[in-house]
Design a binder for this molecule. Structure first.
Ligand SMILES: Cc1cc2nc3c(=O)[nH]c(=O)nc-3n(C[C@H](O)[C@H](O)[C@H](O)COP(=O)(O)OP(=O)(O)OC[C@H]3O[C@@H](n4cnc5c(N)ncnc54)[C@H](O)[C@@H]3O)c2cc1C
Length: 324
């Protein structure tokens, strides 16, 4: 079976390796000259910068991709757990060492606001419920059918997904400094704590579950490790190759057009580029019967929180466009 994967971010690389482990012939297509997507590396004036992610919250997912091929991750990457996850320094120079040590967390919270220790415990318990639903149960469910979405609405309501992360934290915590500190998690993904749905509160619990890890030498080194692995296991990687169209016939996708010229055919096309661009540019809009695409077109301006929650969830799913 031949498979094309569009996009070489963490999602595309993971899809390519998982398909290869299942015996597919895999081609990974990336428009940039280097791999990694949001995890790309930029070099300026002798310094190297990670373009996006640095905080690793579920290291088992990173290691698993090496283990699929019976490789030891340590031969490719070095990921270390951190003792102190974040250090907050308030305007009067008071410091807060945020970590997975609950006793130390509560001692520091008590020093700032005694009455918030209980609220903190309740907040952690609540974020565990969001984690159980959003990560454990829903992380690999595609939200592409109205029924699947509707099924989740009662749970989303119960988990107060209509609130922002800051608003959720504020319902448990009184002190403004602690509110800001405990609601900072959307910043990790470039989001705004005051507007991002409280679903992202699950990160607060996710960190506690597996701890926070850092890739020595930067996140770019994980991408380098995967690039080496992909070359060893025979994945064909095409850089500087932009998919300009996903091609279909009689409603079936059978390949992609690269750089507006060559067509590449495959049994499966897995697309891990940003969904809005995919729906609007790569698929033929007129024949697009996707519920999500059509609903989005009609409802883009509806000030209805659930719509945005669902689209947010969808944004972080791997989109599968599979075929015959
Ligand atoms: C500033 C910032 C900080 C973050 N910090 C963290 C963090 O600390 N921890 C964490 O877990 N997450 C973090 N995130 C989120 C994390 O970076 C993303 O969730 C993750 O990198 C997304 O990976 P992806 O593979 O889904 O998408 P992307 O990384 O966006 O990959 C998509 C790829 O597809 C390619 N592509 C798109 N269109 C085409 C086309 N037509 N043809 C060919 N190729 C195409 C793009 O060039 C890109 O390489 C952060 C994000 C940002 C922006």
């Amino acid at each position: 079976m031949n498979s094309i994967v569009i996009g070489s971010g963490f999602g595309g690389i993971a899809a390519a390796l998982r398909l290869r482990a299942k015996g597919h012939e895999v081609t990974l297509v990336e428009k940039h000259s280097d791999l990694g997507g949001r995890a790309r590396v930029f070099k300026r004036n002798g310094f190297t910068f990670d373009g996006g992610p640095t905080v690793i919250t579920a290291p088992y997912l990173i290691n698993e991709l090496f283990e699929l091929f019976k490789k030891d991750p340590k031969d490719y990457i070095k990921i270390s757990p951190l003792k102190i996850w974040y250090q907050f320094i308030f305007e009067d120079k008071i410091k807060f060492d945020y970590s997975g040590n609950e006793t130390e967390m509560k001692n520091q919270i008590e020093k700032i606001s005694k009455e918030d220790v209980k609220g903190y415990e309740k907040l952690v318990n609540f974020t565990k419920k969001i984690f159980d639903k959003g990560f454990t149960e829903l992380a690999d469910i595609p939200f592409d059918k109205p029924f699947v979405m509707m099924q989740q609405l009662p749970a989303l309501l119960k988990l107060k997904s209509y609130k922002s992360v800051y608003s959720l934290v504020s319902s448990y915590i009184k002190n403004e400094r602690l509110r800001r500190m405990l609601s900072m998690h959307p910043l990790l993904v470039g989001g705004n704590p005051f507007t991002t749905t409280s679903i992202y509160g699950l990160i607060l619990y996710l960190e506690k579950k597996w701890g926070i890890h850092y890739s020595m030498g930067g996140t770019g080194n994980i991408i380098k490790g995967y690039e080496k692995l992909m070359s060893e296991v025979g994945i064909n990687v095409m850089k500087k190759s932009e998919v300009t169209k996903i091609i279909s016939k009689n409603g079936k996708i059978y390949g992609v057009q690269i750089n507006g010229q060559n067509n590449l055919e495959a049994d499966n096309v897995i697309c891990n580029a940003d969904p809005p661009a995919v729906y609007e540019k790569l698929l033929n809009e007129n024949t697009n019967n996707s519920f999500l695409f059509n609903w989005k077109k009609i409802g883009w301006n509806i000030p209805w929180d659930y719509l945005s929650i669902i689209l947010e969830l969808k944004k972080y799913m791997i989109t599968l466009n599979i075929t015959p």
